[in-house]
Design a binder for this molecule. Structure first.
Ligand code: PAF
Length: 282
């Protein structure tokens, strides 16, 4: 596995690979890798001839008072995991490489970033879209693989690729959960034992609303009330939002006929967690 730190070297490597006719699969991450990331890498291995992974804790997607400084990092462990997944190139740029002095260009994907996390984390998706556009320019992937836990991020990146006429396929992969249902996230490492136990209520609430939908309930209000009722059973889980949105535009729905995303963000202690589930008529 080759480890690349500079933007120039990454560009050269991707140019050489493309000249050889290799298809590049790319998994962008912020590191502190878990099984969810590894599932994206496995998909990348299948999709392309070479697999590139990036690890970069992107400062522009963190707001004031968020966890940029304490975001978990363990590069040596991440390197071992990447090697184990057959990663060909690990790209680990510094913040100075990605945002040198006088940096001033940002990418704004407008509508799909307005709702959900866009409301509670202003500027977050601007940072995500900017860094992902920059990474795509450096890595020049044919396939880029993202997890559906950050569903709004996935929709945002699909939109960015379409709107900016980028020539790659964006592939979404299902959420990977712990055996007890907690969606895998690097931020789970912040949770105390008690908080982790309380956090199980998030997926319980999503499943409770999904069950009602499967029994025929179509009113968003009723479905959301059911999810809220279950979340509120656990006082340590403080709701930021829970919403039913359409899967393309991320706009609130009043009734769910065929398909919707039930998405939530909560705070458990100091930790912000997100999760979602699709409701789909069978
Ligand atoms: O999902 C993440 O880990 C990040 O938001 C991403 C896509 C790597 C951009 O920094």
């Amino acid at each position: 596995m080759k480890v690349i730190e500079s933007v120039q070297d990454m560009k050269k490597a991707s140019q050489a690979l493309r000249a050889e006719g290799k298809k590049i699969a790319f998994v962008p991450t912020m590191g502190y890798l878990h099984e969810g990331h590894l599932s994206l890498m496995k998909k990348g291995r299948e999709a392309g001839d070479v697999l590139v992974v990036s690890i970069f804790v992107n400062p522009t997607q963190f707001g004031k008072g968020e966890d940029l400084e304490r975001y978990p990092r363990d590069l040596e462990k991440d390197k071992r995991l990447c090697k184990g997944e057959g990663v060909d190139i690990l790209f680990v740029p510094s913040a100075g490489e990605m945002y040198p002095e006088n940096y001033q260009t940002y990418v704004d994907v407008e509508k799909v970033t307005k709702n959900l996390c866009g409301l509670s984390r202003p500027g977050h998706f601007r940072g995500v879209a900017t860094v992902v556009a920059k990474l795509f320019n450096l890595v020049r992937p044919d396939y880029a693989i993202f997890g559906e836990k950050d569903f709004q991020q996935l929709v945002t990146i699909k939109r960015l690729v379409k709107d900016l006429n980028m020539d790659l396929d964006v592939i979404g992969m299902p959420i990977v959960r712990e055996a007890d249902g907690l969606a895998m996230s690097s931020r789970n490492s912040y949770l105390s034992q008690e908080e982790r136990r309380a956090a199980l209520n998030i997926y319980r609430a999503l499943r409770a609303a999904k069950k009602l939908f499967e029994e025929g309930e179509r009113s968003a209000g009723v479905l959301l009330n059911e999810a809220k009722r279950v979340i509120e059973i656990e006082p340590m889980v403080v709701l930021d939002y829970i919403k039913l949105v359409d899967v393309e535009m991320m706009e609130d729905m009043e009734r769910v006929e065929d398909e919707a995303l039930l998405a939530t963000a909560v705070r458990v202690g100091e930790t912000r967690l997100i999760d979602n589930i699709k409701l789909r008529k069978t």
